[in-house]
Design a protein around this ligand. Structure first.
Ligand code: C5P
Length: 394
């Protein structure tokens, strides 16, 4: 996707500027041509020399804006050259300038002068990220059509804990690739179920499973990248869904069924990634039952099989994809059987060992192909590649 692409990487003055060096290396490894532009702030952290060596191109700085050489008009020439622009890290002050349309520096001027798609990767202190001014600027920038990749949470250089870190480079790479993917789900509505469900035993105890919801969130991101309207009906998640996804939080399987029902009718594509709890108590107990009084035997009944119920009502042209988590030995035959039995068009099978893992290996079965296709890597990468394949069936 990136081979031969002409990219500008704009780097602002934040600590994460050092990570941009590795990003240049990775982009070039994928075959992209990378033109680096440093803001004055960035030059206080990193040097043009580093980026010239990594990109094998002249590195532009603020000095080129005011005293260009060799007949160049740097901001417009670079803006016209670029097929895509990435600003990573984008500081609060850069976002503010761009939101106000104030091209007083080379990078802002390039971004304002281009027609190429632009991706902003903000990284800053958590309080700055959460400041109402930053919120407002980001909302405006999104309105202007800029794409924004949310910062990751964790420990920041200043010692604070929270959102503000530059996302992992693999996530960034994927978002950058997203600038060039064909919007094969444009105009389509995608329904995703995700996360575990919680079936209450009493007011404070519940039955559940350790699903993180990461696959559903990765699918939601991928569907957004491909241009879809995305609805995510989810149980408790350990990762937050990207901005732009319409989220419908639920707790129990029965609630998930109820909320997903109306959405399913409008969906072109339904992805059932929820780890729905298979059983629910016959009768949940009221209030918090004392430990001594808690029954030692639970009477359970099965939860509704959401995917099977919806699949039975599919209209022509509607496509569904389910997941199957199986012991490694029986993975392939069982997956084929589940596809047929539950009425899916596609079934993504993974081995039990992948349940809570970051990386995944999936075999994608379809009704129309004899042999499954294998996808491997981060859940984000697998989700995107898998959805591109599924979109072809729509
Ligand atoms: O039968 P099994 O639970 O392995 O099927 C897994 C697939 O069915 C997944 O796509 C899951 O989201 C979906 N499912 C569901 N409702 C249930 C159980 C599973 O939608 N009650």
């Amino acid at each position: 996707m990136l081979a031969g692409r002409r990219l500008i990487l704009g780097i602002c003055g934040g600590i994460a500027a050092y990570k941009a060096a590795e990003l240049v290396r990775l982009l070039r490894k994928k075959g992209a041509e990378v033109q680096v532009v440093l803001t004055t702030g960035a030059e206080a952290f990193v040097t043009p020399l580093l980026f010239e060596a990594l990109s094998r191109k002249r590195c532009f700085t603020q000095r080129d804006f005011l005293s260009p050489q060799g007949g160049l008009i740097p901001h417009t020439d670079l803006a016209a050259w670029a097929e895509g622009i990435v600003v990573a890290p984008a500081t609060a002050s850069f976002l503010s300038k761009l939101a106000r349309g104030e091209p007083s520096d080379l990078l802002t001027a390039i971004v304002m002068a281009t027609r190429a798609p632009v991706l902003l990767a903000p990284a800053m202190n958590t309080n700055m990220w959460e400041h109402p001014a930053t919120r407002e600027n980001l909302a405006r920038l999104r309105e202007f059509g800029y794409r924004v990749v949310e910062p990751a949470s964790g420990e920041l250089a200043c010692g604070a804990q929270g959102p503000g870190r530059l996302p992992p480079l693999e996530t960034l790479l994927l978002e950058i690739e997203g600038l060039f993917v064909e919007k094969s789900l444009a105009g389509k509505m995608v329904l995703i179920t995700g996360g575990p469900t919680r079936e209450p035993l009493d007011a404070v105890r519940f039955l559940s499973n350790p699903s993180s919801g990461r696959m559903a969130v990765a699918l939601a991101r991928a569907a957004l990248l491909l241009g879809a309207e995305v609805h995510l009906v989810h149980g408790p998640l350990s990762v937050s869904p990207p901005e732009g996804v319409k989220t419908h939080p639920v707790k129990t399987a029965a609630e998930m069924l109820q909320v997903a029902q109306g959405l399913f009718e409008k969906a072109d594509l339904a992805l059932f990634a929820a780890a729905v709890c298979d059983f629910t108590p016959e009768k949940p107990l009221q209030g918090k039952v004392k430990k001594e009084d808690f029954p030692r035997t639970l009477s359970l009944k099965p939860t509704p099989d959401i995917a099977a119920l919806f699949n039975a009502r599919k209209r022509p042209g509607q496509i569904s994809l389910g997941f199957a988590l199986e012991e490694a030995e029986n993975l392939l035959p069982r997956a084929r059987e589940k596809l047929e039995k539950k009425g899916f068009d596609f079934l993504a099978a993974n081995a039990l060992s992948a349940f809570e893992a970051e990386e995944t290996e999936i075999f994608l079965f379809s009704r129309t192909r004899e042999t499954p296709r294998r996808f491997h890597g981060s859940k984000e990468k697998v989700a995107l590649e898998m959805l591109q394949e599924v979109a072809r069936a729509l």
